[in-house]
Design a protein around this ligand. Structure first.
Ligand SMILES: [Zn+2]
Length: 261
């Protein structure tokens, strides 16, 4: 049903703006995908309405037609989940943009409440269409920090078009890296072009549960041999716990948190 309706609409557009059948053939699949979930009866009424009352001077792009339909009071957001599912380049965590939605913010600022400078890593909602929802967006969080301390140092995840990749806030945070290098579980690898931070997997830090979080934030994958080592360590801990009622995992991790930020 939608196919007929869309075909009729595109034919009318083609007639009106002097386009040929290539126009219809090229745009039909895009229209079909965009309006696949809109009930046929409503789609027909709305596209007729668009054609009769909203025709612009130049042939409208699909986005304009979509905006028109989405603005209808009877139109439901879930009919458009297809395009809401694609996260922007700044926040996507996979190549296709099917996952993502959050931007990491790193900030160093003076807290009047605590009366000292603090470092914070915050995960906040992205402001792109797909990340719509409740909770503050990353720029609201940034505004809030600036409100607390106008001289705050703030870094956030973003996509760098020149370098063709995401630049992570935590990569930009020098203090954090200095701290990690001092801890001995990260080192700098120098190449003629650039210096890289690389993990020292042999370090005991990587067998703590804190390490999983660090690795995840940075985007490193903990290698199998470290995970094995961690499993063994846990087994030993559990045994000694049974024997002596020794330190809990949490207590041991708390000792290791000095390595983390
Ligand atoms: Zn986004």
């Amino acid at each position: 049903m939608n196919e007929q309706t869309i075909h009729k609409f595109l034919s009318r557009l083609a007639d009106q703006y002097g386009k040929n059948h290539f126009y219809i053939r090229n745009f039909k699949p895009l229209y079909l995908a965009a309006f696949a979930k809109v009930p046929s009866r409503l789609l027909e009424i709305w596209l007729d309405d668009y054609f009769q009352n909203n025709m612009p001077q130049f042939i409208p792009p699909l986005t304009a037609v979509k905006d028109f339909i989405r603005a209808k009071s009877q139109c439901k957001d879930e009919w458009f989940l297809v395009d809401r599912g694609i996260f922007c380049l700044n926040c996507r965590t996979d190549d296709d943009g099917k996952t993502g939605g959050f931007r990491i913010i790193w900030a160093r600022f003076y807290s009047p409440k605590l009366k000292r400078e603090i470092n914070k890593t915050i995960s906040a909602r992205c402001d792109c269409e797909s990340s719509k929802g409740t909770g503050r967006t990353w720029n609201e969080v940034v505004d809030e920090i600036i409100g607390i301390d106008p001289k705050a140092t703030i870094r956030h995840d973003y996509y760098d078009h020149d370098r063709g990749g995401q630049i992570r806030a935590t990569y930009q945070s020098d203090d954090m890296w200095e701290y990690r290098i001092k801890g001995g579980y990260v080192k700098i690898e120098e190449t003629p072009d650039q210096n890289y931070y690389i993990p020292v997997w042999e370090h005991d830090y990587w067998t703590t549960s804190m390490a999983s979080r660090t690795a995840k934030t940075v985007g490193w994958e903990i290698p199998e041999f470290v995970l094995e080592k961690r499993k063994k360590k846990k087994a030993v801990q559990n045994r000694s716990k049974k024997k002596y009622g020794a330190l809990s995992d949490e207590a041991i991790d708390a000792i290791f948190t000095i390595y983390d930020y």
